[in-house]
Design a protein around this ligand. Sequence first.
Ligand SMILES: *Cc1c(COP(=O)(O)O)cnc(C)c1O
Length: 465
Amino acid sequence: MSNELLRKIPKVDEILVHDDWQELIKSYSEGIAKDALRQYLDELRVDIKTGKVLSIPVIDVIVDETRKKIVILTTPTLRRVINGTGTIIHTNLGRSLLAKTAIDAIITVASHYSNLEYDLEKGDRGDRHDHCIAVLRKLTGAEDALVVNNNAGAVFLVLNTFAEGKEVIISRGELVEIGGSFRIPDVMKKSGAILKEVGTTNRTYIADYERAITDNTGLIMKVHTSNYRIRGFTHETNVEALTALGKRSNVPTFYDAGSGLLYSVKAEGILDEPHIFQEIAKGLDMVSFSGDKLLGAPQAGIIAGEKDFIDALKKNPMTRALRPDKFTLAGLESTLLLYLDMEHAKKEIPTLRMIHEDVSVLKTRAQRLARQLKKKCNNVTVSVVEVYSEVGGGSFPDVVIPSYGLSFIPHNMSVEALEARLRNLAVPIVGRIEKERLLFDMRTILQEDEPLVLSGLETALSNGQ
Ligand SMILES: *Cc1c(COP(=O)(O)O)cnc(C)c1O
């Protein structure tokens, strides 16, 4: 039976002269198309042999299936999405969006040669680590700085440089895990440093650190517990006391500050997020932070601190393995330059703009979108609702920002089905389901994406999709 079926599969030559095939190769290269066809036919043969397919598809269908294969093959896996979740620094959705000037800077260095490692004044070899430094010194108040691939890399580099084979004193309450795979104790082990926990989960005093210092102490480390807070009966040793102890005992001090806040945010509840400039001023030898969290730049890890310490980091061969590429440096430097005028930065850097966006603006946008949607779709109940956005990225764990959004209850399918359909659009829209409604928060939806949200909903809600 299956042998008979196998013989009935149209010959490749027959398919190649079919009108549908001729139409197909107008849009795609013939080589790619033939490869996809061969792959389809191979799979068809297997399906026939295993009894999964019991009749031979006609040529139209074969060409159509081949087209689907080509689309999958030629579409990048990394694609844009619309973030309707209300989480501004969403690690799963790519964290920070870049400012226009940062994007332009990246395009410029991508399409032209640059002075990445060339000293234009001397006409000689330069150092890629010289970029971004002047502006970082100004914004952090630190003497010097080093940019690496990401903050996890920055932490690893500091530990490996100053504490390989030595002890690192850290409060038990700060042995945190950040986003799944970054656990301070694990990174410490890989760096060759020996963990020396002090205090208890909720209380650590300066005397605990002092008692732990020995001849083999490499570093005193502090970690910002970005994604959680301990409440109640707590005591955290302040940074000033730690830096004084470090100086007294001749042990370097290092603070993994996490998010990279470069200005003071005077809003209720968010005052305890470390402001990098203020932390450096307390006398820490090194502070590290991410480029793509609150700072709103490309993925990067920045270590700001005393020149001697930065020089020692640069001498570590691991710095070469963690070095940033030219796109990172271009995007980071132009983002940092925006911070020289804070009011400008809050408008131009999308992460900051979203955090500070006025709730009345979001309400107006939600109302307008709801009106447009009601005109187009009659198979869904749309309401403008008050929601709460989150900063995300492990920053401001307790803080929610009042916002406005849209809620959807479809009439022709389940809320789950609508959510899944929106995720599978050509430009996917990611929302969240709450109390049997689908919610979109306007705070993280770009205004320029509103037409796509509208057409996306229309497609997803149509019965024939
Ligand atoms: C996010 C975070 C990290 C990791 O930073 P990446 O830039 O994602 O590598 C490390 N430490 C703290 C405290 C963080 O919040």
